[in-house]
Design a protein around this ligand. Structure first.
Ligand code: NAD
Length: 405
């Protein structure tokens, strides 16, 4: 079977290489010419655990062909971005992809939408475009659930939901996914699959909002929120996530808006978004109190922000709250520099040591493992204020100027 993946991003490329490994002939189509050129030169456009090995294997089997020309195929899998605009989904990339597919569509082709989409998108927006071709086709939505940093493992091992326009489409898709997925595969209606994906990420956003609100409550009470959450989670039916500098990434920070865009009845979902979007303000205000305690102020202070990525051990800085924190610190006239080992082109230092030597104040925004492992009391200047928004710098627990969110 010929399978074409449309969009070779954080999700599409690992997925394409897993399909190639499973023995399918996979074409990877992307409009980004630089990315295709890089892949054709044998180089990966981004890092991901295990991806390099899989890419090397695909060179030997020749089962994966990157291209900028979309040609006929048995199956088309759409994995293009779905950004948010004014609290609504921006379907520009999906519509471009579907319109391009419709130009080469043949009878009995199967189209799989992996991109996160809003409710009724498949039936009301994508189907009418494909219907215009006059071809008989199958359509499913199989939302992606993998986590960057462990994408390959999760693509293989997570359970999957396949929503079909009809059961024949869903069964065809199931056969493809079964060639490499070890998790269970559940078949359902196409709109249920759309809503299910959004429901999952919205659940996490609301849970984090609760944690961020607890951080403020515990701050007012003068107690440690992290200890409260850890102990509360000892309850067999409680699982509170942790507070932090805010929610970032291409999913949790935007999917709740897609879930609620067509309804006016939701109260908790927009409220959770508001709470999480306000987290950077709380970080900067709490650091302000830390500075007051130490007779310091933002004006002219040399502040090192550690981490631009929205989560640990990845180079993805989309929607990262670190940027809002940097903006707020600069508005308060601090001298701000940043360091992220995964985003050196956006960093002000070549290595951590240089950054630590420069800083008077450190804010840790991303809990990258190498920060956790490398930042010890000996490596920072004695008087450095360290404000850890992730409660992860265990090597600094005895530093007299170490504070957590
Ligand atoms: N990254 C994640 O953690 C994650 C997790 C679950 C779901 N998703 C969803 O998966 C989808 C893809 O996300 P991603 O993070 O892989 O995106 P990405 O930005 O990393 O990659 C998307 C790729 O699509 C290409 N592209 C855009 N328009 C195209 C078109 N018309 N034709 C061909 N290629 C096109 C881009 O050049 C890019 O290479 C999104 O809907 C996202 O919400 C992402």
């Amino acid at each position: 079977m010929n399978i074409t993946i449309i969009g070779l991003g954080y999700m599409g490329l690992p997925f394409a290489l897993l399909l190639a490994k499973a023995g399918h002939k996979v074409t990877g189509y992307d409009i980004n010419k630089k990315k295709i050129k890089l892949l054709n030169q044998g180089k990966l456009p981004f890092g991901e655990l295990g991806l390099a090995n899989l890419f090397e294997e695909s060179k030997k089997t020749r089962n994966f062909i990157p291209t900028t020309e979309l040609e006929k195929s048995d199956v088309f899998i759409v994995s293009v971005p779905t950004p948010e605009k004014n609290h609504h989904i921006d379907l520009t990339f999906v519509l471009n992809a579907v319109n391009t597919i419709s130009k080469v569509l043949d009878h009995d082709n199967l189209i799989i939408i992996e991109s996160t989409i809003s409710p009724h998108c498949c039936k009301k927006i994508i189907k009418p475009i494909l219907d215009k071709t006059g071809k008989k086709y199958g359509l499913v939505h199989c939302p992606e659930r993998a986590i960057p940093g462990n994408t390959l493992y999760e693509l293989v091992n997570n359970d999957r939901i396949i929503g079909g326009l009809d059961s024949a489409s869903a069964l065809r898709a199931k056969e493809i996914y079964s060639s490499f997925v070890k998790g269970k595969i559940f078949l359902t209606d196409i709109t249920i699959a759309e809503v299910c994906k959004l429901t999952e990420n919205t659940f996490r956003d609301i849970n984090i909002a609760y944690a961020n609100e607890l951080a403020k409550i515990c701050n007012d009470l003068g107690i440690n929120v992290w200890e409260v959450i850890d102990l509360a989670n000892k309850h067999p039916r409680v699982n509170i996530l942790y507070p932090g500098p805010g929610v970032g990434g291409h999913c949790i920070a935007i999917d709740p808006w897609f879930l609620t865009e067509a309804t006016k009845t939701s109260k908790i979902v927009p409220l959770a978004r508001e709470i999480n979007d306000a987290a950077p303000y709380f970080v900067v205000d709490k650091l302000q109190s830390v500075l007051n305690e130490n007779n310091l102020h933002y004006n002219g202070a040399k502040i090192l922000v550690l981490g631009l990525a929205y989560k640990a051990n990845v180079d993805d800085d989309r929607e990262s709250p670190a940027y809002k924190i940097i903006q707020l610190l600069k508005e308060r006239k601090a001298e701000v520099k940043v360091y992220d080992p995964y985003l050196l082109d956006k960093s002000d230092f070549n290595n951590l040591k240089e950054g630590l030597a420069w800083a008077e104040i450190i804010i840790l925004t991303t809990n990258h493992s190498n920060f956790v492992e490398q930042i010890t009391k000996e490596k920072i200047k004695d008087q450095t204020i360290v404000f850890d928004t992730r409660n992860c710098l265990t090597g600094l627990k005895t530093h007299p100027f170490y504070y957590v969110l």
